[in-house]
Design a protein around this ligand. Structure first.
Ligand code: UDP
Length: 327
């Protein structure tokens, strides 16, 4: 069977990736410690609970399923937390990934798709980031992902591990069929927090910083629909299986939206008011991150279909209203 080991398969992006893998004829095996993931999101293949640091458990899972590849999503990913607790990020993300990569190599699983981030680039004035932009992360989250990218290169040189690395920011939206959607514990992301504020689950959305050097003073981000994002991961897996070798791809739309623009679109999509309060900047936030994806489109044949802001918000809103993960 075409098993793919999906670390973090119980999380937001990982669960959507499992659905996409299943549709593409693979059997996704979710490996997740459920610290931030949610077992109800594991719907498309077997579930194995475990921690990245547990090498014996990883070996057992590799030996049980003999996966054709690893898709590695499991990570801590909150910029604010990374600023205050960098040790968590280096231990969980970097050291955990080392354990996973060693287990993959030792068990002969040499195709590896890695979920990295444009946060590895850091601050670059008014440029659309491409894969050759220097990586100068501003926070321990970005630094931890860059370190894992480096690690993959070293393991390729020594052991023949092949990797497709995706760098992306900011993922939004939900499965249009409503089977899975966005959920974090605790929630820190703009779109779900805004939807909570819209339907009264929280008093207001705090806008983090209104004095950035942008047209309306709020941070600018490039939003990609989670379904488009995971489609790229399946293409990346096929790329590796076709023997095309290691490559790095940015995944973005090339268009940036400020926090205020996201709020305004949400007002019109939901036809509801968005209560906001203006707050100070959040430590570690870059002013602007817009990620071009010419390489993914030209080489991988990626063509985003739902990555329009209004579609992302509408899909997220539909999911949000089901209350699936309100527990
Ligand atoms: N943001 C905000 N209020 C919130 C959460 C996020 O103003 O309650 C802003 C944040 O400063 C950033 C953008 O929204 O500019 C996206 O943040 P998010 O945490 O969703 O993703 P990140 O950019 O950290 O990956």
């Amino acid at each position: 069977m075409n098993h793919v080991l999906v670390t973090g398969g119980a999380g937001y992006i990982g669960s959507h990736a499992c659905k996409a893998l299943r549709s593409a004829g693979y059997v996704p095996v979710t490996y997740d410690n459920l610290v931030t993931g949610w077992q109800d999101a594991v719907k498309f293949g077997p579930f194995e609970q475990g921690d990245l640091s547990d090498r014996a458990r990883l070996d057992q899972v590799f030996q049980t399923y003999d996966p054709v590849a690893v898709m590695h999503f499991a990570a801590l990913s909150q910029v604010g937390e990374a600023m205050s607790q960098p040790g968590l990020y280096w231990r969980n993300n970097v050291s955990g990934s080392l354990s996973l990569i060693e287990a993959a190599v030792d068990n002969g699983c040499l195709d590896f798709v890695f979920s990295s981030t444009c946060a590895t680039y850091g601050e670059h004035d008014n440029v659309v980031l491409d894969e050759s932009t220097p990586q100068q992360p501003l926070n321990a989250y970005g630094a931890s992902k860059r370190a894992i990218e480096d690690m993959l290169g070293d393991f390729e040189a020594a052991h023949g591990l092949r990797s497709v690395i995706f760098r992306y920011f900011n993922v939004a939206g939900a499965d249009p069929d409503g089977e899975v959607g966005e959920f974090h514990r605790p929630e820190t992301h703009l779109v779900p927090l805004m939807l909570d504020a819209i339907d009264g689950k929280r008093d207001a959305l705090t806008v983090f910083g209104t004095d950035y050097d942008t047209p309306d003073g709020t941070c600018i981000r490039d939003y990609v629909h989670v379904c488009d994002l995971v489609d790229a991961h399946v293409l990346g897996l096929k790329w590796l299986q076709d023997g095309k070798g290691s490559q790095v791809f940015n995944l973005g739309t090339g268009s940036g939206f400020s926090v205020r623009e996201v709020i305004n679109h949400s007002r019109s999509v939901t036809n509801r008011d968005v209560p906001i309060v203006e707050g100070p900047r959040r430590a570690g936030d870059c002013t602007k991150l817009v990620s071009g994806s010419v390489r993914a489109e030209q080489e991988l044949g990626w063509s985003p279909k739902r990555s329009k802001l209004d579609i992302m918000i509408a899909d997220a809103w539909r999911w949000h209203q089901t209350g699936h993960y309100d527990k």
